[in-house]
Design a protein around this ligand. Structure first.
Ligand SMILES: Nc1ncnc2c1ncn2[C@@H]1O[C@H](COP(=O)(O)OP(=O)(O)OP(=O)(O)O)[C@@H](O)[C@H]1O
Ligand SMILES: [Mg+2]
Length: 255
């Protein structure tokens, strides 16, 4: 787990607090945020969340209904365009702004897992393919056990990956309703997934059954491209994948 913290000026900006630095310190004291460091004290993502929630309308978080949070799926059929770099940075920035974020490494190359310093060769990993397979076999998916915490207080969590995620396509091939597999897992485990404010998926390049099932659950894809000819071609391929899914399942995914 990372003990990542920011100075008061940034914490004030991230929590969208518009008062004076003194008022910010007073509010922090009132909320019981550690005074360690005095004027130089540092704020964690969890502290920033506490302040944000305090600034929201009273009671607005109480009895929050179970719902699948917005899913940001970083996608491109071409490799090496910056999907992992951007997914990791967007996720950690959102977490530092006080949002609870779940990252899912959807690439067997496990670049997002490595980006957060996890040694996937030696660590015990439960990846999203395994969770979906457990669900499909009607075994307990135990999603919570797959989580690796990156920032304290479940502000930034990761379902990591390793090379064995490449196996997902072989069993998905014979599965009924395979495009909806990830969506069905989300709905079955809604009590867990709804505790997050957003889910960030780092997808593998190319088009596979795995990228399709991760894409099927999203209303919005974030297409990461360079301004070159190959990227334009790759955008066309991705747009045609989306169109195929939309035609087959009458969905409306936007890029
Ligand atoms: N905005 C950027 N400017 C310059 N280099 C970048 C930028 N974003 C990423 N890179 C570099 O480009 C390389 C590929 O980035 P990254 O791994 O994020 O791409 P990717 O699309 O996830 O790749 P893959 O398709 O293999 O998963 C990395 O070396 C990364 O450091
Ligand atoms: Mg990548």
């Amino acid at each position: 787990m990372r003990d990542f913290k920011v100075k008061a000026r940034l914490a004030q900006e991230f929590s969208r607090f518009s008062g004076s630095p003194k008022a910010f310190r007073d509010l922090s004291n009132e909320l019981g945020i550690t005074k360690e460091g005095g004027h130089h004290r540092l704020y964690s993502a969890k502290d920033i969340r506490l302040i944000r929630l305090k600034l929201l309308k009273p009671g607005s978080q109480e009895g929050r209904p179970y719902r699948i949070p917005p899913i940001l799926n970083f996608r491109m059929t071409k490799g090496g365009t910056g999907k992992t770099t951007i997914a990791g940075n967007v996720a950690s920035t959102l977490a530092m702004q006080g949002h609870r974020i779940l990252m899912i490494d959807g690439d067997p190359q496990a670049s997002l897992t490595s980006l957060f310093g996890i040694d996937w060769v030696n660590e015990e990993i439960t990846h999203i393919g395994e969770l979906m397979r457990h669900y499909y076999k009607k075994q307990s998916a135990n999603v919570e056990q797959a989580i690796l915490p990156i920032y304290a207080g479940n502000m930034l969590d990761l379902i990591p990956s390793d090379i064995t995620l490449a196996d997902a396509d072989s069993w998905l091939m014979g599965a009924t309703n395979r495009e909806a597999m990830f969506k069905r897992l989300l709905n079955t485990e809604i009590a867990f997934f709804s505790t997050y404010d957003a889910i960030v998926i780092d997808s593998a390049p190319g088009t596979t059954l795995l990228t399709n099932t991760l894409m099927f659950a999203c209303n919005t894809l974030i297409a990461v491209v360079w301004l070159d000819g190959q990227s334009i071609e790759a955008m066309r391929v991705l747009a045609s994948n989306v169109a195929e899914l939309n035609t087959a399942f009458a969905l409306s995914t936007a890029i």
